[in-house]
Design a protein around this ligand. Structure first.
Ligand code: PGA
Length: 248
């Protein structure tokens, strides 16, 4: 059974003054049936975890280093995220893949480290506009999945997010048929590789999800939730999307 999950990726946004939004999400989480995760910048993880501590809202990190500790200036390990109160970590987001040249292999190593530390890895995949125009979407997503998801992945420690690069922060959303085609392909690829457990890995869609398009996206087969950027910064929008998912 694939778990319904909504994840809010704050990217490089949020100061102490934003903790009130997290408190409002934590309060709303009590009446929601879907899982809810907020992923603030590293600087807010510990304080966000305190705000969420007795609620159903979980906290995540936006990246982690594959090593547990060492001489890696500016990096954060999975163990450190866990220690600060995080339970999830986003890995292989397209902004990390393009801005920091992260490869599938590196993402897989990070995901293995994250799951070994006890975090749930949210592994992102998705094609560029150019790749979609060339008719290579399924090939690209299947290749990224095969190479970015480590052998240790299970439904308990891994979530996949399909995020077409051209839909992130643009207001452009694929058609429901396009989302459905990719999600079915991901479901089948994971089931083939990992058996029954692979078929139970939650599959999120991400890219310009808003309260007003959430219902049509969540109605697509094999879409178990969303990874939300811009619309996760305000509790009112994020909770509105979570209510749609919970009602589904
Ligand atoms: P967006 O971002 O919802 O602002 O398009 C999604 C993401 O990057 O995860």
């Amino acid at each position: 059974m694939r778990k319904k999950l909504l994840v809010g990726n704050w990217k490089m946004n949020g100061l102490s003054s934003s903790l009130g939004e997290i408190k409002a999400m934590a309060d709303a989480a009590e009446r929601l049936t879907c899982g809810l995760v907020v992923v603030p910048p590293f600087t807010l993880i510990e304080r966000a975890s305190v705000v969420c501590c007795s609620s159903k809202l979980s906290v995540g990190g936006q990246d982690c280093h594959p090593q547990r500790s060492g001489a890696f200036t500016g990096d954060t390990s999975a163990e450190m995220l866990l220690d600060a109160g995080a339970r999830y970590v986003i890995l292989g987001h397209s902004e990390r893949r393009s801005d920091h040249r992260e490869t599938d292999n590196l993402v897989s190593t990070k995901a293995a480290a994250a799951t070994q530390s006890g975090l749930v890895a949210i592994i992102c995949v998705g094609e560029t506009q150019e790749e979609r125009d060339a008719g290579r979407t399924i090939e690209i997503v299947e290749r990224q999945l095969a190479a970015s998801v480590p052998a240790v992945a299970t439904a308990a420690n891994t979530v996949i997010a399909y995020e077409p690069v051209w839909a992130i922060g643009t207001g452009r959303v694929p058609t429901v048929a396009q989302i459905g085609e990719v999600h079915l392909a991901m479901y089948e690829a994971l089931k083939q590789r990992f058996g029954g457990s692979g078929g139970s890995i939650s599959l999120l869609y991400g890219g310009s999800v808003k309260p007003d398009n959430a219902a049509s996206i969540f109605a697509v087969d094999y879409v178990d939730g969303a990874l939300v950027g811009g619309a996760s910064l305000k509790a009112s929008d994020f909770v509105a999307i979570a209510e749609v998912l919970s009602a589904h």
